[in-house]
Design a protein around this ligand. Structure first.
Ligand SMILES: [Zn+2]
Ligand SMILES: [Zn+2]
Length: 552
């Protein structure tokens, strides 16, 4: 059935399989298209913008995703998870003369929020949505990493790395995207089991290669041409001397090779059955979903690991089942319209609730059941009241969708939505999103070391650079070089960056296509394929059969 999206006004189709799921979850059909639904959930996730502020419980200075001017009570995470406060103390009666979301927004302002999500980590204060990291700095959606900086979405089991996006089980890497088990390398895109290399795209089991694409099991290649070890080392000494100018030239050459010479898979999927979407691995029956691992029966899910039978989820993992319109709702079963709520069963409209069941419209609860607006009820009273509120919400047009964007604690430009759906301030306002103006002293610095004064080659950089404030040559924002980071630049022969880590992050994201599917013809055989190459189209986008023929 075709509908018009209430937000962007584009037509979208509600498929029979979608309807089946809505029926199973007892929810009405959505009023927004899949893209607008995805954008709305992403507008609730700020994983990477951190601020100094005071803890509303202890008064101490803490690091948080909530900037000091945000109107919430923010607790140091250790206090938030402890027993010194009780979220039930904020309980209140639902008022049927008012809308649900108006009352929910008031509850969100009262109940404390944890400063960050960081579990089991050591010496890694500046990490968020992060678990079991050691000596890491500015890592987000990261787990089991060590001595790693400025890396995110996701990084798992990486050591001595800097500037990574979606990299796992790797060591001593810089500036890499979508890599697995790589070692001592820089500027690698979609590579696996490669080492001692730089500027590689879609290579497997290669070592000592430079500026290459689509190679398998090779050594000593430059621009896909085979050299002897001696020739390779002599050429490399000329090409890669750790200077900024040579680095720029190599990068330009690399981007041209990837765009014009390399072959690209229309969609990156492997060991998967009946799957449409991008970056889908070891999964089955996946429809229009992105970044999915070991999952089954998903529709419109993004960043899903090990979940099944879900629709419209974002950043959901670890055995979640029957999830609908959730953000970060892992290990939950039958969870609808939930924001950052883990290990729950049979819950609706929750924010920051954990290890609970039978909740409706609650904020910040842990280990509770049968609660509505943070007030506890008997089982039968809960069931009656929840049913009445659902009817009330249907009458006000509120039931059946994720939280309205005005309830997001963050400005649009602080969230993941800005990365996938970039908007100007004016456009964001027109769509009802909030905007954040950074007023922190760090953002107001001036008259600092400009990039022009930095040495061209890394070997000429002195130790005193650590701690100095530099200005980003693109955004003008100040940034600093960390000691660990300098060591990585020296080990990998990389010139000092002239860009703020945020700009470097955005540059890496350009290697990952938008999360939207477009149809076109395979460059080799003409078969119609679905891909994520819509605006940016390299010369060779191949169907899977042609890709395999070309590579092997
Ligand atoms: Zn739309
Ligand atoms: Zn083809």
């Amino acid at each position: 059935m075709s509908r018009n999206c209430r937000a962007c006004h584009a037509k979208f189709i509600v498929l029979a399989e979608d309807q089946h799921f809505y029926c199973k979850m007892s929810v009405p059909e959505p009023s927004r298209c899949p893209q607008c639904r995805q954008q709305r959930r992403a507008a609730f996730r700020n994983s990477r913008n951190l601020y100094r502020r005071s803890c509303s419980a202890s008064g101490k200075t803490i690091i948080s995703v909530y900037s000091p001017e945000k109107p919430y009570r923010v607790y140091d995470s250790a206090i938030w998870w402890g027993d010194s406060w009780d979220a039930l103390a904020y309980g209140r009666q639902f008022d049927f003369s008012r809308t649900f979301f108006e009352q929910f927004a008031e509850l969100m302002l009262e109940v404390p929020r944890p400063a960050l999500f960081n579990k089991g980590s050591e010496n890694s204060v500046y990490t968020n949505h992060a678990v079991y990291n050691k000596n890491c700095y500015m890592c987000f959606n990261a787990g089991y990493c060590e001595d790693t900086l400025y890396s995110e979405d996701v990084v798992v089991k990486c050591k001595d790395c800097c500037d990574l996006t979606n990299v796992m089980e790797s060591e001593l890497l810089y500036g890499c995207v979508d890599c697995l088990r790589c070692l001592h390398s820089k500027y690698m895109i979609q590579c696996q089991n490669c080492s001692d290399s730089a500027f590689l795209f879609d290579c497997r089991n290669c070592n000592c290669c430079f500026l290459c694409y689509n190679l398998r099991n090779k050594s000593y290649c430059i621009e896909n041409k085979q050299y002897s070890k001696g020739e390779y080392l002599a050429k490399l000494a000329e090409l890669d001397r750790g200077s900024l100018s040579e680095n720029h030239a190599s990068r330009q050459k690399f981007e041209a090779l990837v765009d014009e010479e390399a072959v690209h898979r229309a969609l990156i999927t492997s060991q998967s059955e009946n799957a449409t979407g991008n970056y889908i691995f070891q999964s089955k029956n996946i429809f229009s979903s992105f970044d999915v691992q070991t999952s089954e029966d998903l529709r419109y899910c993004y960043d899903a690991w090990d979940i099944r039978d879900c629709m419209d989820t974002f950043q959901t993992m670890d055995g979640a089942e029957l999830g609908y319109e959730t953000h970060a709702s892992s290990v939950s079963v039958d969870a609808k319209f939930c924001n950052v709520s883990h290990e729950n069963h049979d819950v609706q409209y929750t924010d920051l609730c954990f290890n609970s069941s039978q909740l409706f419209g609650c904020v910040g609860l842990q280990r509770q059941d049968y609660c509505i607006f943070n007030r506890k009820y008997t089982k039968s009273d809960f069931e009656q009241l929840a049913a009445r509120i659902v009817e009330h919400m249907k009458a006000t047009g509120e039931y059946g969708e994720f939280f309205p964007v005005l309830l997001s604690p963050f400005g649009y430009n602080e969230t993941a939505a800005q990365e996938y759906f970039p908007l100007e301030r004016r456009e964001a306002a027109a769509s009802g999103f909030k905007w954040f103006d950074d007023q922190s002293p760090d953002s107001q610095l001036s008259s600092l070391t400009g990039p022009a004064r930095l040495p061209d080659r890394i070997r000429d950089v002195e130790d005193g650079i650590v701690g100095q404030t530099l200005l980003c040559s693109r955004s003008g924002l100040p940034f600093r070089i960390n000691q660990k980071e300098l060591e990585i630049y020296r080990k990998l022969n990389i010139p000092l960056p002239r860009l703020h880590p945020n700009e470097r992050h955005l540059d890496r994201l350009r290697w990952r296509n938008p999360r939207a599917l477009a149809k076109h013809a395979c460059t080799k055989c003409g078969t119609q394929v679905v891909s994520t190459f819509e605006k940016h189209r390299p010369a060779n986008i191949l169907c899977e059969d042609c890709y395999l023929l070309h590579i092997h």
